[in-house]
Design a binder for this molecule. Structure first.
Ligand code: ZN
Ligand code: ZN
Length: 354
């Protein structure tokens, strides 16, 4: 029940997370308590934990924003029944403002992000607004529910980026950074009928991308952006696709990746900035002008887009299992350290009861 919650709490920047018994107040109107089945570990959690990014809610804070769980207690005016299994999206829009009404809920100024604006999913239970939750219905009994935690951010963010890019069948997609989100961009773009080339500095990730969605992999270690640009532009021209149908997804969240992605722009091409780094890069913005090119930022995914993500998964067009690994939540500090030192090949899914 909600009065016996074990949570892994960030109490000071760059300090290890501390396991604490905490008391979650009962849900208010429009809120529910979700019992966490599993929570994914994201690079963003590392940024908060190591002190390089400051969360919105003052510490102490429970991190974690990739949650699948079961509704246990419902507040006044909530239509979800206790027992409903749900995805808790990483972006919980208010649902009422001008942004939400315009279908841009992922940019809602009143949005709540678990593990940033409110306490998150590195816990056995959490309290969240009910209306943005995504019910998981009609799943075969054999489905491993824990896998759906990664839909809350890694998969849905990739989906929204592809949506924002207005990707069409036959387009060419360049993915910079084939880990986490980038790997799912490759799968979703392929499912939409695009031809996909991925760039990364990790041979294992490139091999994985070739197995799931990509038809070309480019190991960019020790290579200049100019050199990579030559290769990828020649590839797309070889596929006979004009640059107005090129979509570049920057998913690495590194200055080098951003520089490369920007360098790949060409006439009427489109760049989506998906990854995050607090660092800056120097760019000649006039290239956008000269190329009549387009650049979009993309953040999270509005809840109303989730059913389509779930359909892609149900149809087997997006697979989750080969991209994840399971671990006990009690190993969080070691896993954060491994993430910081690039020792994790897959997205970790954490069990709060272990
Ligand atoms: Zn995340
Ligand atoms: Zn809103």
């Amino acid at each position: 029940m909600s009065d016996e919650t074990l949570a892994y709490v960030l109490e000071a920047p760059a300090a290890p997370l501390v396991a604490r018994e905490v008391v979650i107040p009962p849900p208010g109107p429009g809120e529910v308590i979700v019992e966490v089945i599993a929570c994914g570990l994201c690079h963003t959690d590392l940024g908060f934990a190591d002190g390089s990014v400051r969360p919105t809610k003052p510490l102490p804070l429970v991190l974690g924003h990739e949650v699948v769980g079961t509704v246990t207690v419902v507040g006044e005016g909530v239509s979800l029944a206790p027992g409903t299994r749900v995805i808790v999206p990483a972006v919980l829009p208010c649902g009422k403002c001008a942004f939400c009404r315009a279908g841009r809920g992922n940019a809602c100024p009143d949005q709540k992000m678990p593990g940033n604006d409110i306490d998150g999913g590195f816990a056995t239970h959490m309290r969240v607004p009910a209306h943005p939750l995504v019910p998981l219905e009609d799943l075969p009994a054999s489905v491993d529910l824990r896998l759906f935690s990664v839909v809350a951010d890694a998969v849905s963010t990739a989906f929204q980026a592809v949506r924002r890019a207005e990707l069409a069948a036959g387009d060419v997609v360049f993915v910079i950074g084939a880990g986490g989100v980038g790997g799912f961009v490759a799968q979703i773009a392929r499912a939409r009928g695009a031809r996909v080339a991925v760039c990364d500095v990790n041979a294992e990730r490139l091999a994985q991308a070739l197995r799931f969605g990509a038809s070309h992999a480019c190991d960019v270690r020790e290579r200049t952006p100019q050199d990579v640009r030559k290769e990828l532009h020649a590839l797309a021209r070889g596929w006979d696709v004009p640059s107005l149908r090129w979509r570049i997804f920057e998913c690495s969240g590194t200055p080098a990746g951003q520089t490369l992605a920007y360098g790949l722009l060409a006439r009427a091409a489109t760049l989506l900035q998906v990854g995050y780094t607090p660092k800056t890069v120097e760019l000649r913005l006039s290239n956008l002008m000269a190329f009549d090119a387009t650049m979009h930022g993309t953040w999270g995914c509005p809840p109303e887009a989730y059913p389509e993500v779930l359909r892609l998964i149900a149809a087997g067009q997006v697979v989750l299992e080969p991209f994840v690994e399971h671990a006990p939540m009690s190993a969080l500090n070691e896993l954060l350290d491994a993430l910081a030192h690039h020792r994790l090949e897959r997205r970790m899914i954490l069990d709060p009861r272990r």
